[in-house]
Design a binder for this molecule. Structure first.
Ligand SMILES: C[S@@+](CC[C@H](N)C(=O)[O-])C[C@H]1O[C@@H](n2cnc3c(N)ncnc32)[C@H](O)[C@@H]1O
Length: 385
């Protein structure tokens, strides 16, 4: 042992001697690389997803990955403030179908002897009057841009059809007072208004430039009399404060939080959260999401419902946030919150979307080449006390 150590020391001193015998002007510090490789934000996003989602989704990841990198599919949300029957006929002529109406009709055709279909739980109740057209599975046709109709508003709004699921799941009832906590640019706000259920809708987004986009959407799709009669209020406040501002107030609250917007992050450099300069902001997202969901729950009346949603596949931003907010409300406010079971709801929409089969809480639409919608995570919560 001692001889081994001695030999090691001898080798070291030999190398030191050789170094000393080289004249100083010929000595070089070895450089491994002149500059570190630089990656674009979209490349960094893909590296991050490959690392985390391959573990999270296992053998499903390669198929989700290729779908995320391919062109996404859209749905056409019919504007009920336009001459909607005319718009629906036009969309049918394109060979598109109203997936909401189809799912509801399927739900009403209860198979004989199927007890579960005969008595769905209350949490299954969906928001009414929504019509959204999509092309069939495997059909990658595109919708033409919407046009201004005879009533001075646009005929339909193009959006990821999976974005409608959180609004459907929120289960609006006529006369509801509704809060959309992170509302801009406004696709889901528009859908909430289409239900015809909102006695009052508060649409908020902290970013003033984005609330300007929301105002544009309202302007193009909602008639002036509805915009002007105080039915819709647009604000630019920090949603985290909502519990203090208007606690115990709303029947229904949508908390569609800022997230890693997975599809956007793989395709667009602009405003990409995987930019090196936004690393801290990205790491803080789950914390911000818990705070926003907690604020949404505090703003809800006891007995009211909240839907939490993201367009990310990350468990850290989805299920963990829901569990974190439930714990926070129990520990800090002694408020009980229950997760509603959406199994019936998922079954209704399985012909249009692919769902991840192993969510602990909530539902997750995963992108698939046959139906390239999502990602969209949503979880419905009921504030009990
Ligand atoms: C996923 S987007 C919302 C999309 C929108 N619900 C829709 O369907 O068009 C998240 C939004 O949260 C907003 N936001 C970020 N931090 C916020 C905060 N503290 N309070 C309120 N809104 C916030 C962002 O400006 C962004 O517009």
């Amino acid at each position: 042992m001692v001889s081994l150590v001695l030999r090691g020391l001898r080798d070291l001193s030999k190398r030191a001697e050789t170094f000393i015998s080289v004249p100083r002007r010929h000595r070089h510090k070895k450089k491994w690389a002149a500059t570190e490789p630089t990656f674009s934000a979209t490349q960094l996003a893909l590296q991050n997803f490959d690392m985390t989602y391959s573990v999270q989704f296992g053998e499903l990841w390669p198929s989700i990955r290729v779908s995320l990198l391919s062109e996404q599919k859209y749905g056409a949300l019919v504007n009920n403030f336009a001459t909607w029957d005319h718009v629906s006929t036009e969309l049918e002529q394109l060979n598109a179908r109203d997936f909401v109406n189809e799912a509801m009709s399927r739900g009403e055709r209860k198979p004989e002897g199927d007890q579960t279909a005969a008595s769905p739980p209350d949490s299954w109740a969906y928001s009414p009057n929504l019509r959204c057209f999509t092309f069939a599975r495997g059909d990658v046709s595109r919708f033409p841009p919407a046009r201004l109709g005879s009533l001075g508003v646009m005929g339909y709004y193009l959006m990821d059809a999976a974005s409608l699921l959180p609004v459907l799941a929120l289960g609006l009832q006529p006369g509801d007072i509704v809060l959309d906590l992170c509302a801009a640019p406004g696709g889901k706000t528009l859908a909430l208004l289409q239900t015809g259920c909102c006695r009052h809708l508060a649409a908020n987004d902290q970013s003033t430039s984005r609330t300007a986009r929301l105002q544009n959407v309202l302007h193009s799709y909602v008639p002036q009399e509805i915009r002007n009669n105080n039915q819709v209020r647009v604000t630019s406040w920090d949603g985290r404060k909502w519990g203090e501002l208007e606690g115990d107030t709303y029947d229904r609250v949508l908390v569609d939080v800022p997230c890693t917007t997975d599809r956007h992050s793989l395709h667009e450099e602009e405003n990409n959260i995987f930019k090196k300069s936004r690393k801290k902001e990205r790491q803080m997202l789950p914390m911000l999401q818990v705070q926003l969901l907690a604020a949404g729950l505090l703003a809800t009346k006891p007995g009211g419902h909240v839907v939490y949603s993201t367009c990310s596949l990350s468990h850290l931003q989805n299920e963990y946030v829901v569990q974190g907010a439930i714990e926070l409300l129990a520990n800090q406010y002694s408020i009980k919150v229950q997760v509603d079971d959406l199994t019936h709801f998922r079954k209704l929409f399985m012909d249009t979307f692919f769902f991840f089969p192993s969510c602990q809480v909530g539902e997750l639409v995963i992108p698939n080449l046959m139906a390239n919608f999502g990602p969209m995570y949503f979880c419905k919560l009921c504030r009990l006390t």
